[in-house]
Design a protein around this ligand. Structure first.
Ligand code: ADP
Ligand code: MG
Length: 358
């Protein structure tokens, strides 16, 4: 197992720069997820770690050794892709053993490694089958098995679950996480799905346009997003954001019935955005203390079972709130939703960076 360090990593394709200087240290045994929208440079970053792409600048260290010029094979890293390339004419055993094709091990040792991987992945009963006789999840496990038998220093996953249906994705998510807990291997997991990142990773790296916006534990990113992009990217439904400005008696949030206390850092900022997660904004809640009360017209009500979402049009724009006790107001009614002050996120509208709390 190994620590992975990226220092000032830059990637250019021809004259186009796509990764603009990434610094990231991944601890030995850590599970880190890279998340961000399509095209933000996640796969390129992963491929540079694996050695499948050269870096245009910066240093990559694996286990303390600079590997910039090491062939992929020498880096001893296993990669699992979205389109798991398993061979249809080979059995499950042969497909997994393919990972050891060039390994300097005896036949017995190779066989033992395959058996061990199959046991961990629950593929023992399927070893003599061919891929056509497997489910999508089983095929993905074969691809992971092939990566595992090499006993790599680290695992890299590039959207490995994107081709699976929702139910299977949930199941494989838990399996990969369990596998990590069991093997303790350093893992870098690329996904555009924030739910995967939140549920699986020790730390999440939020990327946008070739840059890192924020690195933190899932709860840090959820509770204290450093910028508007991360605030909207993590959590569903997305955080509500409302324009606000400073006034002598606090922040005037558009659509609010009264000013809310301003964090001291806000007094120097002209245009602000106040964020509140739908889960923290409750229709029909008893207003307590100096939180945010928003009034608007109900445009839609979505009962989801465990919670009911209330869509409202306010003077500050559309927001999504939660119905208290499942008792939602009627569409067309005027409703008031309340969030406690501690649940509010305040951003500088110009820089989109979060302001320190008061
Ligand atoms: P992600 O995995 O986050 O969706 P990628 O790392 O695949 O993003 O791509 C980042 C950017 O680099 C994109 O704009 C993409 O078009 C560009 N890119 C990726 N690979 C190449 C390549 N081989 N040649 C030129 N541009 C590329
Ligand atoms: Mg990609």
């Amino acid at each position: 197992m190994a620590r992975i360090e990226l220092e000032g990593i830059v990637k250019r394709f021809g004259s186009t720069s796509v990764v603009h200087g990434i610094d990231l240290a991944i601890a030995d045994g850590e599970f880190v997820a890279l998340v961000g929208p399509s095209g933000c440079g996640k796969s390129t970053t992963l491929r540079m770690i694996a050695g499948l792409e050269d870096v245009s600048g910066g240093t990559i260290r694996i286990g303390g050794v600079v590997v910039n010029h090491h062939e992929p094979k020498r880096r001893n890293i296993a990669m699992v892709f979205q389109n798991y390339a398993i061979y249809p004419h080979l059995t499950v055993r042969e497909n997994i053993a393919f990972g050891l094709y060039t390994a300097p091990l005896s036949r017995e040792k190779k066989r033992a490694r395959v058996d061990e991987a199959a046991r961990i992945l629950g593929l023992e009963a399927l070893l003599e089958r061919r891929p056509a006789a497997l489910s999508g999840g089983q095929r993905q496990r074969v691809a992971i098995g092939r990566a595992m038998v090499r006993d790599p220093s680290a695992f890299l996953f590039d959207e490995p679950l994107s081709n699976l249906d929702a139910q299977l994705r949930n199941q494989m998510r838990i399996e990969i996480k369990r596998l990590h807990q069991r093997l303790g291997a350093t893992t870098v997991y690329v996904t555009h799905d924030q739910v995967e990142a939140m549920t699986m990773a020790d730390r999440i790296v939020v990327m946008r346009e070739g840059r890192i916006l924020q690195i933190g534990t899932p709860s840090t990113l959820y509770d204290a997003p450093a910028d508007v992009f991360t605030a909207r990217f993590i959590g569903t439904p997305a955080m509500n954001l409302l324009p606000a400005r400073n006034a002598p008696d606090g922040l005037l949030v558009e659509g609010a019935t009264a000013p809310v206390p301003a964090p001291s850092a806000a007094t120097r900022v002209e245009r602000l955005l106040v964020g509140v997660r739908p889960q923290d904004l409750v229709v029909g809640a008893q207003a307590q203390g100096d939180g945010l009360s928003l009034t608007g017209t109900v445009t839609a009500v979505e009962p989801l079972g465990p919670e009911t979402h209330v869509h409202m049009d306010t003077a500050g724009g559309p927001v999504i709130a939660l119905a208290a006790n499942r008792s939602a107001p009627a569409v067309g009614a005027t409703a008031t939703a309340f969030a406690e002050r501690a649940c509010l996120h305040v951003f500088d509208a110009a820089t989109e960076r979060a302001l320190e709390r008061a």
